[in-house]
Write a protein that binds this ligand. Structure first.
Ligand SMILES: [Zn+2]
Length: 279
């Protein structure tokens, strides 16, 4: 089996070589479920209300982004990338984070494994490098997504009926209220990428390509098609510093980050993807 897509990263956070910030406004399509954040609210809602303001926690957004990328990556590179929380599906994946058993070992023994990672005895797959694993923080950060002023959508309360999970019978139905956000709320999204490599760009290309076509499902009731975030026609605003692109940390500190047109950044991601997808 080829080892091309397994990357060993030992210096990811020792040196800051590049940082890309990707910002855009994503419109919510369909009704988006708002979670109360209270205990017992066991919905898959990604939207949360805090101090009266609805937002999507960065961790929730990162979760749906990761699962989108995992699915696509597995379709192209099969057993060279791993899927979180898979028990059997990751057999044979040469990633230190591949199985739950492996993850438990990591959690119990992170110090030793980190040393093994440094010595290149343990490797991480591209998905874990980008999104993180118990061994190492990922290169991608996803910020909390707040509502854009003037485009907050409309919050409506609906009534639902649940079934008592202890008895499981219909006569023990529990009435509950839930909240939806309708009328196309717009969220301000920001992804930040540090020390980006070719494989990270390839994975992100897949993400945005899919997002543009299908939208990104967040905010609960995914199976019924509710709660999708669209990707804007015009793309995202990209700012960066990157020593490989002639504008490094020094230049950034001396003046500022540079802007890159979305078309150019998209092409850069596509080039990385086209090479990686055929290797
Ligand atoms: Zn992995």
């Amino acid at each position: 089996m080829s080892n091309t897509n397994v990357i060993v990263v030992t210096d990811t956070f020792l040196r800051l070589k590049s940082r890309y910030s990707i910002r855009f406004e994503a419109e919510g399509e369909g009704a988006m479920r708002v979670g109360s954040g209270l205990e017992g609210d066991n919905t898959d809602a990604a939207l949360v209300r805090q101090s009266d303001k609805v937002f999507i926690p960065g961790s929730s957004l990162k979760g749906v982004i990761r699962s989108t990328v995992e699915r696509l990556a597995r379709s192209i590179w099969a057993e060279r990338t791993c899927v979180l929380f898979a028990e059997e599906a990751n057999v044979g994946v040469p990633c230190g984070n591949a199985t739950r058993k492996r993850q438990q070992e990591l959690e119990a023994n992170t110090g030793t494994m980190l040393e093994e990672l440094r010595q290149e005895k343990v490797q991480l797959c591209p998905v874990c490098v980008l999104f993180g694993s118990p061994l190492m923080a990922g290169r991608l950060k996803v910020k909390d997504a707040s509502l854009v002023e003037g485009h907050e959508g409309r919050a409506v309360v609906r009534h639902g009926v649940g079934i008592d999970r202890d008895t499981g019978t219909a006569k023990d139905k529990i009435k509950y209220d839930y909240e939806l956000l309708e009328d196309r709320p717009v969220f301000s999204i920001e992804l930040q990428l540090e020390n980006v490599g070719e494989m990270d760009l390839a994975l992100l290309f897949m993400l945005f390509s899919e997002w543009k076509r299908e939208g990104l499902s967040v905010g609960g009731k995914r199976s019924s098609g509710m709660g999708k975030l669209t990707f804007p026609e015009e793309g995202a605003a990209v700012s960066y510093f990157d020593e490989d692109a002639g504008w490094g940390l020094i230049e950034m500190l001396e003046s500022d980050v540079k802007a890159m047109e979305w078309k150019l950044f998209e092409q850069k991601m596509k080039d990385s993807f086209s090479v990686a997808a055929r290797s």
